[in-house]
Design a protein around this ligand. Structure first.
Ligand code: FAD
Length: 399
């Protein structure tokens, strides 16, 4: 018998570290950021630092979209391997995307340090492995591409992986990777933005936008308006409703957290892991000594179908974990699902879909969504000022 629905007030209330008022009157500002997940928080932080007047509105409680369910592994390794991305987008864009994703990990570390967020940010080595003989050649080609373009990588064989507690054939070990608590970080950053002058509204949906010369107008379902010079959509996967072009292929993805171990199992002390399967599996440790396993993606149909698979996915992810890490006794504790999306080239969309309208998007789709959002902080002012920026070019809507 199900004794309760999903959101009993006390459970939810105690989980939220920051709550904000909803919009009660029409207002005017310089910049309206739509969406209070990690992207909206990072972009607002950047704009506040630049001295802009910012209002942020989220239709739900802040940080209750993808940023609350993400497994938050930070990697420069994009869903499309470097050598394949070179074929798809050319050497310059591919190599600069990998390099800038790597830089974003350390930029995020700096933000954590300068804001004092208690989000348990930890650098880790990243292991990209295969247990499938058929993928060894691909992995080798990727290793050579990474070496050629100066990434700090090491080739690990079966015995070296066994010493790490992982049963697999071969792997690329990269020096740059990280993990953190994305919910804590987003809440801390939004709190700081509010202290520094940003105005944040939760439970405030932007239903309609009228692009006008001069101030543009956003309207809520209650017919209140927010007028602003610029609108920045940080609306994650729900952006498929407002971007007319099909830019992302939506999937449902699953994650499973183990019960807490007395101490973090040895393989996860210094490493995070993902494999070459399609869809891929990934594994990380947490600061409270749990292990998270993720993967099992399915094409997205609707949330009911997605959630109906939770029990099956718990068993499936546990089996995968046991196959790769047989020496660790994994007791599943929490299972959850989220919507996830991949672009054709594994790269984000940043900038204006229509150059003449002051509506900007920051859409860090894919397994590197968070690093892309960090990268977008560097380009957002240039997008607002109609200046050139490599990201606006490489990750534009006209590709
Ligand atoms: C299970 C899972 C695992 C993942 N693992 C990783 C990983 O390991 N590493 C990584 O880098 N990325 C990962 N990602 C991707 C990452 O989670 C996303 O890139 C990131 O959370 C996106 O943040 P966001 O702020 O753009 O979107 P969200 O957190 O979804 O925030 C968007 C906000 O916009 C609000 N909104 C939408 N429409 C409106 C509107 N009309 N009016 C007002 N508000 C609106 C929503 O309420 C929401 O709060 C993963 C995703 C999932 C689901």
């Amino acid at each position: 018998m199900n004794l309760r629905s999903n959101e009993p007030y006390w459970l939810v209330k105690n989980a939220f570290e920051n709550s904000y008022p909803s919009l009660q009157t029409s207002i005017t500002t310089d910049v309206l950021v739509i969406g209070g997940g990690i992207t909206g928080a990072l972009i607002t932080y950047q704009l506040v630092k630049e001295g802009r007047e910012v209002v942020l509105a989220d239709r739900r409680d802040v940080c209750s979209g993808s940023s609350a369910v993400t497994t938050a592994m930070l990697q420069y390794e994009i869903d499309v391997p470097l050598f394949q991305l070179i074929e798809q987008r050319g050497e310059a864009t591919a190599v600069s995307s990998y390099k800038n994703c790597e830089k974003a990990i350390f930029d995020l570390k700096k933000i954590v340090e300068e804001t004092g967020s208690k989000c348990h940010f930890e650098l880790k080595k990243s292991i990209y492995f295969t247990a499938d003989k058929g993928d060894e050649k691909m992995l080798e080609e990727e290793f050579h591409a990474r070496k050629k373009f100066g990434f700090s990588v090491e080739w690990l064989d079966r015995n070296q992986l066994k010493d790490l507690g992982l049963i697999a054939r071969v792997a690329i070990q990269s020096d740059s990777g990280a993990v953190f608590d994305p919910y804590k970080f987003t809440c801390d950053l939004l709190g700081l933005c509010a202290k520094k002058g940003a105005t944040i509204f939760d439970r405030t949906e932007i239903k309609k936008i009228r692009p006008r010369p001069g101030k543009m107008i956003a309207t809520t379902p209650e017919k209140l308006t927010i007028k602003a010079n610029h609108f920045i959509h940080c609306t994650g996967y729900e952006s498929v409703k407002t971007v007319s072009k099909k830019i992302v292929n939506l999937k449902s993805t699953y994650a499973l957290a183990s019960e807490a171990f007395e101490a973090l199992p040895f393989p996860f002390k210094n490493h995070i892991f993902w494999d070459t399967s399609s869809p891929y599996f990934y594994f990380r440790g947490t600061a409270d000594n749990r292990v998270i396993a993720g993967g099992g993606d399915e094409p997205f149909k609707n949330t009911t179908k997605r959630d109906a698979l939770l029990n099956k996915k718990r068993e499936f992810l546990t089996r995968q974990f046991n196959r790769y890490f047989p020496d660790i006794s994994f007791a599943p504790d929490y299972i959850w699902a989220g919507t996830f999306g991949e672009t054709k080239d594994g790269l984000p969309f940043i900038g204006r879909p229509k150059p003449e309208i002051n509506e900007h998007y920051v859409l860090g789709f894919g397994g590197n969504g968070i690093t892309y959002s960090v990268m977008a902080m560097d380009a957002i002012i240039d997008s607002m000022n109609h200046n050139n920026h490599i990201f606006l070019n490489d990750y534009g809507f006209d590709r």
